[in-house]
Design a protein around this ligand. Structure first.
Ligand SMILES: Nc1ncnc2c1ncn2[C@@H]1O[C@H](COP(=O)(O)OP(=O)(O)OP(=O)(O)O)[C@@H](O)[C@H]1O
Ligand SMILES: [Mg+2]
Length: 265
C-alpha cells in the first residue's frame, strides 16, 4: 500500500472557488517526484491537502492508511512536512537556531537531543555557521533553507518542498538536489513543486503535470517534455537542451549526453 494517497480529491476554497478537481496520486516511501504546471494550476493546494492544512471537499487523502479528515493538522504534519512556498509565511522566531528548534521543543524531546537534531538539519541545509543570526538578516535564498531545515529536523516520513528553486543560484540549486537525494536515501518521500525545468530533468524520474485544476500526466520527463500538446496545455517550456535538439531535428533528447550521441530513445 502506498504511504500517501489522494483518491478522487476535489477542493473548494471557502469563497466557493474550486482549485483542484478529481486528483488521484499515490506515493511510496523512498520515492521522489516533481509537480510542475502553470501558475494557479492547483499545485500548492494539492500539497496542502497532503499534510492536512486543507481537507478535501470530496474524495479522500490517506496518510499511512488513515484519512486526513480523522486527524488534526498537527498530527498529520508529524508524518507529512510541508515547506511553505513563501518562507516568510513560516518563519517567526528571532534566531535561526530557535526557528529550527521550535517544532522539536513542542515535541517534548530532551534538550541535548533537540540540539543534535537542530545541528544535523542546519548542516544539511548549509546553515551551521548562521545559527545565531536573525532570519531576516539573511537572503531570501537562505531563508528558504531555514524553512527546509525546520521541517527536516522534525523527521517526517514525507517532505514536501513548494518551489524551493525559486530565486536560487547554481550552488544553492545543487544543494537542494543534494538535500532531496539525502532524504530519499533515508527512505523519505520527497515531493517538490518547481518551475525550473532543468532541475526537473536533473533530479526527477517521476514528474506530475498539473493544468487547470487537474492532474494531466504522471510520467517520466522524456515523455512529458516531448509532448507539445501537453506542454501547451500546461503552459510549460521545454528544457533548453530539448529546444536545441528540436532545432537540430532530433526528438526525445533530454540530456547533453543524449544529444552528443544523437540518441533518439
Ligand atoms: N485561499 C484561497 N481562496 C480562494 N482561492 C484561492 C486561495 N488560494 C488559492 N486560490 C486559488 O486557487 C487556484 C490554485 O492556487 P494554487 O496556489 O494551488 O496554485 P499553484 O499551482 O500553486 O500556482 P503558483 O505556481 O502560482 O504557485 C488559483 O486560482 C488561486 O488563485
Ligand atoms: Mg504554488
Amino acid at each position: 500500500m502506498a504511504y500517501l494517497e489522494l483518491k478522487n480529491v476535489t477542493f473548494r476554497y471557502p469563497n466557493g472557488y474550486t482549485a483542484v478537481e478529481d486528483i488521484n496520486l499515490a506515493f511510496d516511501k523512498g520515492e521522489k517526484a516533481a509537480i510542475i504546471g502553470q501558475n494557479g494550476a492547483g499545485k500548492t493546494t494539492t500539497v496542502k491537502l497532503m499534510n492536512g492544512l486543507l481537507k478535501p471537499s470530496a474524495g479522500e487523502v490517506l496518510v499511512d492508511g488513515e484519512s486526513t479528515k480523522k486527524n488534526t493538522t498537527a498530527t498529520i504534519a508529524k508524518k507529512v512536512g510541508y515547506v511553505f512556498q513563501n518562507p516568510d509565511d513560516q518563519i517567526f522566531q528571532d534566531t535561526i537556531y530557535k526557528e529550527i528548534a521550535f517544532g522539536l521543543k513542542k515535541s517534548g524531546l530532551h534538550a541535548s537531543q533537540i540540539e543534535k537534531k537542530v545541528l544535523e538539519a542546519a548542516q544539511m541545509c548549509g546553515l551551521e555557521n548562521d545559527l545565531q543570526e536573525h532570519p531576516y538578516n539573511l537572503s531570501y535564498s537562505k531563508r528558504k533553507f531555514i524553512t527546509i531545515a525546520a521541517i527536516v529536523a522534525m523527521d517526517p516520513q514525507v517532505v514536501i518542498l513548494d518551489e524551493p528553486t525559486a530565486g536560487q543560484d547554481r550552488k544553492s540549486t545543487e544543494l537542494l538536489g543534494k538535500i532531496i537525494d539525502d532524504l530519499t536515501a533515508q527512505n523519505k518521500t520527497v515531493i517538490t513543486i518547481t518551475h525550473d525545468m532543468e532541475f526537473v530533468v536533473k533530479e526527477f524520474k517521476r514528474v506530475i503535470v498539473m493544468a487547470e485544476k487537474r492532474k494531466r500526466r504522471d510520467s517520466n520527463p522524456r515523455d512529458i517534455f516531448w509532448d507539445y500538446d501537453l506542454l501547451k496545455l500546461s503552459n510549460l517550456k521545454q528544457p533548453y537542451i530539448c529546444q536545441l535538439a528540436d532545432k537540430l531535428g532530433y526528438e526525445n533528447i533530454l540530456t547533453i549526453e543524449d544529444l552528443l550521441e544523437g540518441k533518439e530513445s
